[in-house]
Every structure is written in C-alpha cells, then in structure tokens.
Design a protein around this ligand. Structure first.
Ligand code: ADP
Ligand code: MG
Length: 693
C-alpha cells in the first residue's frame, strides 16, 4: 500500500488550482496524471524579470520590467495594424502593442495618466521602444512580486505558461518533507539538499545556471530516481534469488539430435551462450540471464536448445513474445526445429479460442505439451502448467518486470532467459536490468553478407522507385518503412497509406500495407503474402510489424530515416541481409539534416556492429530525442539524463545493493524511507513483490 505521506502527491492533477477537466487533460498528457508528475516536470529555462531599466536604457531583445506612465491609447487606422498604447518615463517613450485586444480590458488595465509597471521583451520599431503583448501589467502596488526569476516549463499545444506554472507551484508547495532514504555520508559528501529542498530548488531557479542537469538539486533528484530504479531491480533480483531454485540437468540426448538436424552449424558465440545458459539451469539457484544479440544473430535457436534441456528433464518450457506476429514467427522457427526430433509445440495467443485453445490448455496442464510459444495470453490465469521450469522472454523491450514475475509464478523455480535484440550499452543495461547475468552473441551466422547502406534525399524518390522495379524484376523483396511519430497516429497512417497508394501506381497489387490499426488476422494475412512472395513490397508503419524473418527480403527502404533513433535503424536494417544474396538499405531523408541526424545516418552507413552503434546512440542521444528511448522500452527517466548522470548510476547501484544486504526486507528506518522512495517513483509493482516475497 502506498505510504500515507505520499497521498497528496498522488492526487489527480485536477485537484490543483486552475486545472479543470480541459487543462487537466493537457497537463496529464504533458507530465502525467498525478501531482507528483508535475514535480518531475522541470524547467527548461528561466525568465529573469529583475532587470528594471528606464526606457532609454532598455536594450533590444531583453526582458525588462519598466515603470511608466500611460500617455494615450492609439487605436489602429486600419484593422490589420495593431492597437498601441503610448507610454513614457523621464527618458522617453515606449509603445505597448496589442493584436486583437479586448478593448474594455485594455482601458481598465492602462488608464491614461496612471503609472503602471509592465514586464516583457523590449523591441525597437521605427526608433521607438515597444513591448508587444507584455507578460504583466501591474499597478505599482501589485508590482512588488514582479521583479523575480520565473521558470519556463515545456508546454504542449493548448496549454499556456501561466496555468501550468501555477499548478506546478502548488504541486511543489504540497511536497512534504520525506524521511531521508539516501546514504547520509554520500549526501553530505556531495553537499546535496534534502529531497524537498531539492524539489524547491529545481523549480525555483534564480539564474540560467540553475537549469543545468548537474546542479546539486538536480543531481540529488536524478540520484533518487536512479536509486529507486536500481533498488527495484535489486529487489526483483533478490526475490528471484531467494526463491528456491532447482537444478535442470537433462541428459543432452535431444539437444544432440536437434543440433545434428540443424541445417547449419552453431557459431562459437551461440555455443558459448548455450553453455552459459545451461550451466545456470543446472545450478540449484534461480537463473535470470539476458541473451543479447543483434537481430538475426541466432538467439531463437539458442533459446530452443536451452528449452530442450528442460524437456529432457520431463519439465516444460515457454517462450513469450511481445506481439502476435513475433510469437507466430518464433513458433514457426521452433516448431520446425522441434518437429524434426518429434517434440510437440503449441502456439498460444489471444487468437486461439474455443476447442483448439482448450486442447492447448489441457496439454500444458497434463504435460503432454512440453513447449509453448505465445504472447501475453500465456500469462492469463487459466493457463496452468504441469511443470514449467524454463521461460524465455523475447523482450524486444515490451515486457516489464511485472510480466517476468507473473511468468515465473506459473511454474516451480522457473529459470528465466530474457532475449534482447538491442545491443544496449552497459549503462543503459544497468538501468533496465540491474546487474543480471549476460550472454552475448557477437558473431554473425556464416553466410551473411554485409548490407550496402546508402542515404538518399527524399527528392530522389523517383530514382529509388525505378531502382526497385529493376531489383524486383531480379527477384528481390522490399520492406518500405514509414516513420511513426507518436504525436499523431492518424497522420502517420495517412502518410503510409499515401506512400502505399503511390507505390501501387507502379507495382499494382504486388504492394501490401501493414500498420498498427489492422486486426491481428489482417496483419498476418499481409505478412504471410509477403513471406510467400505473393507481394514484393511491404509498406509498414511501425518497427514491430516488420519483426519477421523473410530471408528473401533483401531491400529495405526507410523513409524519413532521420526521424529514427540509431538503435531502431539498426534493428530495422537487421531484417535484411539474412540470405546469401547481397542486400541494400536505403535511408531516405527529407530536408536539410541537423547535426545529430547527420551523425546518426553516417554511423549507420559506416558500421553494422550493433554494440558500436549502441554506444554511439547513447553518445548522440540528446534529451529531445525521446523517440528511440520511448520505443526501446528502456526505463523512461523523468529527471535522469544519462549523458549527465551516468556516474551516479554506479553509485546508486552499489547503494541499493548494500542497503538490501543490510536490510533485505526494508524494515529498518532507512528501509521504510526506501519504500517511500519506491512509491514516489511509482515502482509499486516491485514493492508488492517485496511484501509477497
Ligand atoms: P534472432 O532470434 O537472433 O533474430 P534467429 O534465431 O531468428 O535470430 O535466426 C535468424 C536466422 O538465422 C534463422 O533463419 C536461423 O535459422 C538462422 N541461423 C541461426 N543460427 C545460424 C547459424 N549458426 N548459421 C546459419 N544460420 C543460422
Ligand atoms: Mg528470432
């Protein structure tokens, strides 16, 4: 249960003054649904209103707070000109300029002959100083609090600065003093403020330097977030380890036969990864291991062979995939491998219903089915195993800790292998997994040809299409990826549909389209036709829809490649180059490229080493480039900027580990404070395993 002390922070944002349902919704979209989310919405800049010059001393472009006397209202001569109010002080004149003003308001706010204090950005126009739409107009009495520094917050369409700032001020005021969860010596060594003081400092900048991500206050909050993250991971880890394990040590007979029937030989990396996994399984403790390797590096085969170890012991194994398409594909791969050695497998997704579903459930309950591949559907309550001993989670970064826990609960001492196709840099990996064991597939399977990657401006689309005509005549198959911009799914879909229509004019019914709005069956049908060669070009809106293995596909066109993150580009490209025929990746970009986009595209052109690309990705990823992060499924931090706070991560990890060693149940005073920290950063799911475990 959430600690009482945090209740005010977890009230809906609509409990804040000025946020009705309409603004509340915008704020929720911008920052999150709870008051606490506004604490994490940190300023991106400041407005300094302390500068109070006389008119003649007010420089162009600067924010100034000026005391002046209202001279005369000057309505515009023609309706397109602005309304002006001429003001003055002892040094000269200044015009206040308004477009489409409410006259009654202006006359009341600026009565001729009266003194007013205005604040805004000064411009010079035709030799006269002016302020267009001043931010504040106050009487000398009201002006007392005006000469301050205001934080500037990132906004969203429809939300103006003032109601947001007001809501955040109130949210900050509601932040209670919380018990200290961080290591005191560490806090003192850094001279960091307490949590509440840090929140106040971050939202009360007094100079531009206070906005930087490495102020004491920001570092403190980033550290808190990292500590919550690492503590949550360490708790999962600890609860996993604490559970009794069981040695899974098969006789190797089925594995030997399976390897003999493979149409290829395993790479050295595959053999080593398999040995590491099997050795974990054989150990009496619980396994939680990450198998990391590029798309196409051969993870599925490794996972399958490890499954056989469980099957050899008379136990069961499950593979959980993030989407239905991927589940189907994994199942196809595994079924082919298992079929050759006479082992039954089943596919279980939301689409299996009625009799077939019942048969699968029966098989899992009785143990007649040793291997199941599926989606979340496997996690449903009705799904029970006779003896699940090994679970593989093909993460593609969609499964959270919770699902892994749920899967573990389906069996007895389940060993878990997480497969990840993103060669995540070590720092990011720590934030996603803590210090779990890791196997890496670094070799490419034999026979893979390097992919020829080119960048082409969108203006040369015609040439690209002409090239495709020739390639397709030669038997090539083509993925055409349109970017997903989360702001507007409808617009993305429209763009993809338009591209689809355009390609149809050349390729007729040999083009297919898949996107997120299609039903599972519809998607499958299109994918199937592409895999079978009934269509030559597959237009897709999202990354995951192309998560398929079609070795005949040798061309990938990525439209607006400049909008994708490096890791995504790399993953997408991994869909081709899967046969012995040469493959080509065409990165189409629109307009002039920014520096980061240019660097990204040249990296992807130069190398196909996933680990190098991942390191480069982290280096290049600016705060604004959330696309890659959001879709990667890595934890989305609110206050942590890994470029600035990477060194805090290792400390947070040590701190979390040490705290748990001393107080595994978080029962001490500091333990209680750490529980509050977990809830503060919404790591509740883990807090629940804590109670249960
Ligand atoms: P991943 O799951 O890492 O994306 P897969 O296991 O699906 O990769 O393998 C991709 C393709 O490569 C599959 O068609 C698989 O049969 C094939 N493959 C796997 N290992 C090897 C190998 N050692 N040599 C040649 N081909 C392989
Ligand atoms: Mg695979």
């Amino acid at each position: 249960m959430r600690p009482k002390i945090l209740f005010p922070l977890f009230a809906p944002v609509t409990t804040l003054p000025g946020l009705g349902p309409r603004l509340g919704k915008l704020v929720e979209r911008l920052a999150g649904p709870h008051v606490v989310d506004l604490l994490w919405h940190v300023p991106s800049g400041i407005i300094d209103r302390r500068f109070a010059p006389r008119i003649a001393e007010a420089p162009e472009g600067r924010i100034a707070t000026i005391t002046l006397v209202v001279d005369a209202h000057q309505p515009p001569r023609n309706p397109r000109s602005p309304y002006k109010v001429r003001c003055r002080d002892a040094t000269g004149f200044l015009d206040l300029v308004f477009f489409h003003p409410r006259l009654d308001y202006l006359l009341k706010a600026l009565p001729p002959g009266e003194t007013r204090v205005v604040s805004g950005r000064v411009e010079h126009f035709g030799g006269v100083a002016q302020i267009t739409h001043p931010d504040y107009i106050a009487t000398p009495d009201e002006a007392a609090g005006l000469q301050t520094v205001e934080p500037i917050y990132p906004l969203t369409t429809g939300l103006t600065p003032r109601p947001l700032a007001r809501a955040i001020r109130e949210a900050v005021a509601r932040a209670p003093e919380l018990p200290e969860w961080a290591d005191r010596a560490w806090i003192e060594k850094n001279a960091w403020p307490r949590w509440r003081a840090a929140v106040r400092a971050v939202h009360g900048p007094t100079a531009e330097a206070d906005i930087a991500p490495d102020t004491a206050a920001r570092n403190r909050l980033a550290y808190d977030e990292l500590l919550a993250n690492q503590l949550a991971l360490a708790l999962v880890r600890a609860s996993h380890r604490r559970l009794p394990g069981r040695p899974i040590r098969g006789d190797g007979a089925r594995r030997r036969r399976a390897v003999e029937t493979l149409p290829f030989t395993l790479t050295g990396s595959q053999r080593q990864a398999l040995a590491e996994i099997v050795s974990d399984m054989e150990a009496p403790s619980r396994m939680l291991r990450l198998l990391q390797g590029d798309v196409g590096s051969g993870k599925t085969v490794v996972a399958f062979l490890a499954m056989l170890n469980a099957v050899e012991c008379g136990a069961q194994a499950a593979l959980l995939a993030p989407t239905e398409i991927l589940a189907r594909q994994h199942h196809a791969t595994i079924e082919a491998l298992a079929g050759r050695i006479g082992i039954a497998t089943a596919l279980l997704t939301g689409r299996e219903r009625g009799r077939p579903r019942e048969a699968i459930l029966d098989g899992l309950r009785s143990g007649a089915l040793p291997i199941v591949v599926g989606t979340h559907a496997i996690l449903q309550e009705e799904v029970a195993f006779r003896d699940l001993a090994f679970a593989v989670v093909d993460e593609q970064h969609r499964f959270g800790v919770q699902q892994r826990v749920a899967l573990g609960a389906k069996g007895r001492a389940v060993d878990v292998l997480v497969m990840s196709a993103t060669p995540i840099p070590r720092t990011l990996m720590m934030t996603a997994y803590g210090d779990l064991d890791l196997s890496r597939l670094t070799e490419k399977p034999a026979g893979r040809r390097p992919i020829d990657t080119r960048t082409v401006p969108l203006s040369r689309l015609d040439e690209v299409v002409a090239g495709l005509v020739r390639a397709i005549a030669d038997g090539a198959r083509v993925y055409w990826v349109c970017p997903l911009v989360e702001e507007s799914e409808a617009a993305d879909l429209a763009a993809a549909t338009e591209r689809y229509a355009l390609l149809q004019t050349t390729f007729g019914d040999r083009v297919g389209l898949v996107h997120g709005r299609l039903k599972g069956t519809e998607k499958d049908a299109v994918m199937h036709r592409f895999a079978a060669g009934a269509i030559d070009i597959l237009v897709a809106t999202t990354v995951i829809e192309v998560g398929v293995d079609v070795p005949e596909a040798t061309i990938m066109v990525i439209e607006h490649a400049d909008r994708f993150g490096l890791a995504q580009l790399h993953q997408l490209r991994g869909r081709i180059g899967r046969s012995d025929r040469p493959s080509t990746c065409i990165l189409l970009y629109g307009g002039p490229l920014g520096e980061t986009a240019r660097a990204r595209l040249s990296t992807i052109r130069e190398t196909d080493d996933g680990f190098r690309i991942a390191e480069e990705d982290l280096r290049l990823r600016g705060a604004g480039e959330v696309l890659g992060t959001r879709q990667s499924g890595l934890p989305v931090f609110r206050l942590v900027d890994l470029a600035a706070h990477a060194e805090l991560l290792a400390v947070a990890q040590d701190d979390a580990r040490l705290a748990l060693e001393r107080d595994p149940d978080l029962a001490s005073d500091r333990g209680q404070a750490l529980r509050i920290l977990l809830y503060l950063f919404a790591r509740d799911a883990v807090a629940q395993t804590l109670r249960a475990g």
